[in-house]
Design a binder for this molecule. Structure first.
Ligand code: AMP
Length: 171
């Protein structure tokens, strides 16, 4: 497997002091690297029946939509509250300070559909856990979690037990 970390730029103290931000834009801007990342995800799920890929706002849209296209399935956006125009389900989750709300359209995927949940970074796991909860509200079946980057020290996996998590870059 190629080491994709060379295409990730680390920006200290963004968006606030103490955060080492993993900037994926150099990877997205490199056609060969972007292509290989999406192909690596697609290879991992080659033998998995998948009906739909979700992507969580905002960088999850980029990877999730490309992966959905590559797999030949539909894409479902999971957005911050108040952004989706039709009827939604919402899930609230805790942040370090305060909380956030994510939403999905109520008709985003049929009951029992096999859903791959995609995002850019698995940090504390709150965002992915909320994304999974939304899919489960629709009675979709989460068959995998695909992330580009996993920050191991934050133990995000503990918030997402009983799910297959596939990450391409681990720090
Ligand atoms: P969490 O809910 O803590 O797992 O955070 C995940 C979300 O926050 C992801 O959707 C990322 O886009 C973003 N995020 C968290 N930590 C970082 C980081 N160090 N660099 C870039 N994005 C991050």
């Amino acid at each position: 497997m190629q080491d994709f970390s060379q295409f990730i730029r680390e920006v200290p103290d963004f968006p606030k002091p103490g955060i080492l931000f993993k900037d994926i834009t150099p990877l997205l801007g490199n056609p060969a690297a972007f292509h290989k990342v999406i192909d690596a995800f697609a290879r991992h799920y080659k033998y998995e029946a998948i009906d739909v890929v979700t992507g969580t706002e905002a960088r999850g849209f980029i990877l999730g939509a490309a992966l959905a296209y590559r797999l030949g399935v539909g894409f479902v956006p999971i957005r911050k509250s108040g952004k989706l125009p039709y009827e939604t389900h919402e899930v609230t989750y805790d942040l370090e300070y305060g909380y956030d709300v994510v939403a999905i359209h109520q008709d985003a995927c049929p009951k029992d559909s096999r859903v791959l949940v995609c995002d850019d970074v698995l940090a504390t796991g709150g965002t992915l856990a909320a994304s999974i909860a939304l899919v489960e509200k629709l009675k979709g079946r989460v068959v995998g979690i695909a992330v580009l980057i996993e920050l191991l020290a934050l133990n995000g996996r503990e918030k997402i037990p009983n799910h297959d998590i596939f990450s391409l870059i681990k720090y």
